[in-house]
Ligand binder design. Structure first.
Ligand SMILES: [Fe+2]
Ligand SMILES: [Fe+2]
Length: 400
């Protein structure tokens, strides 16, 4: 993608990664992503963020269409994660900027990523600091743990523009640059997927940040994350509202039943649990962990008020792909879930206790004992599983 002027003299100079599939521990990011970087031409020429290392040449070509590289005076590095700063070292060598701005935690991350930074012209900035670049000023707002310690936002009041690093991003490679140019429901899905898989553990920080931003009364008519589409006009308020809703994690009348199965017994139990939830008017998604990537299961868990998990007993434990999915989900700390567990077994039958422990560790509310069944399920098994789903549905409805 060639540069796009998003405001007068403010240009998107990033890169579209159409084929990105593995990202931030996501097992899959099926829609690709973008690395957004912005060049502002004022008395000073300023580059906000860079791109993943593989896309350095791409960004350099974009910059070359607007200015010579050595005309870049300042680089603002809002975040040191390699998808945004992986080519910072080369860029500093090539452009020889007068200053590189980063947060105090950004400086620490910079030193531990690049090691030979002693000659870099770094200026550390904290919340409330600002720098004049001519007709414009750049204000810095630290957003620690949204989602790394070093993240910060850059705000240009004269352009009513906020550049928000990873916050409000979506993993979606598009030829469009603005959120109002794409399908809204699909955008919301990508935004939720990104939140569920990257931002969710930091939800308390999101709420604090949203309150702090509201208190600052910033005039923003364009908000540009470092991944995906840029919000402008009414979309700015829309995405802030979406983030508040995501961070609050209020229960929804949706459920996900995910499982692994060896000889299809646990799978049949999963379908019966789903029927019990459906009986209570809950919208249900059933997901085998063999057929779904853990990041896709996580997105559904995030969007669900009730979560049922099934595995047969396997070598006195649970099946490894299910354990992998649970490990991933636990790390993202979903809140306010009703839980239920089930599984078949051959002789020792530990699966239900192990799964219950997983859900208890995540502080899920478990209204009913788990269901386990020896070898092939019967009508009685299905009735028990149906009743489990029903009890979960009733517990969920009591919370809505
Ligand atoms: Fe990041
Ligand atoms: Fe990122």
């Amino acid at each position: 993608m060639r540069p796009v002027e998003i405001k007068p003299d403010v240009h998107w100079v990033g890169a579209v990664d159409w084929n990105c599939r593995n990202f931030h521990g996501y097992s899959r990011s099926p829609w690709g992503t973008t690395y957004n970087a912005f060049l502002v031409k004022d008395e000073k020429t300023v580059l906000f963020d860079t791109v993943k290392h593989d896309f350095l040449e791409h960004m350099l070509c974009n910059i070359a269409q607007l200015t010579e590289l050595d005309k870049i005076d300042y680089i603002v590095a809002n975040h040191m994660e390699p998808d945004h700063a992986g080519c910072l070292g080369e860029l500093i060598k090539l452009a020889k900027p007068e200053k590189v701005f980063c947060s105090p935690m950004g400086k620490k991350a910079m030193d531990s990523y690049f090691h030979d930074t002693q000659d870099w012209p770094v200026e550390v900035v904290a919340s409330g600091d600002s720098v004049s670049i001519g007709k414009r000023t750049v204000q810095f707002i630290e957003t620690r743990m949204l989602h790394w310690p070093d993240n910060m936002f850059s705000y240009i009041p004269e352009d009513k523009l906020a550049i928000t690093s990873d916050a409000f991003g979506q993993n979606w490679a598009t030829s469009e640059r603005f959120a109002d140019e794409v399908d809204r429901s699909f955008l919301r899905r990508r935004l939720a997927e990104y939140y569920a898989n990257i931002v969710l553990p930091y939800s308390p920080v999101v709420l604090k940040t949203l309150d702090a931003l509201a208190g600052m009364n910033l005039d923003v008519d364009m908000l540009s994350p470092d991944h995906g589409l840029i919000y402008r006009g009414d979309d700015v308020a829309w995405v802030l509202d979406q983030y508040r809703e995501f961070a609050e994690q209020k229960p929804k009348n949706r459920a996900v039943v995910f499982y692994d199965t060896m000889w299809h017994s646990t799978e049949k139990m999963a379908l019966a649990v789903a029927d019990g939830l459906i009986d209570q008017g809950v919208s249900v998604k059933v997901m085998s962990v063999k057929a779904n990537y853990h990041s896709d299961v996580m997105t559904e868990v995030f969007d669900a008020g009730a979560v049922a998990v099934g595995s047969p007993t396997h070598n006195n434990g649970i099946l490894p792909e299910l354990a992998e999915t649970l490990t991933y989900i636990k790390g993202l700390r979903p809140q306010n879930k009703i839980g239920g567990v089930f599984g078949s077994f051959g002789w020792s039958g530990e699966c239900v206790n192990i799964l219950t422990q997983w859900l208890e560790d995540m502080k899920f509310e478990i209204p009913e004992k788990g269901i386990k069944w020896k070898n092939a399920p019967t009508h009685e098994t299905f009735q028990q599983c149906f009743d489990l789903g029903k009890a979960m549905g009733q517990a969920l409805k009591a919370k809505l």
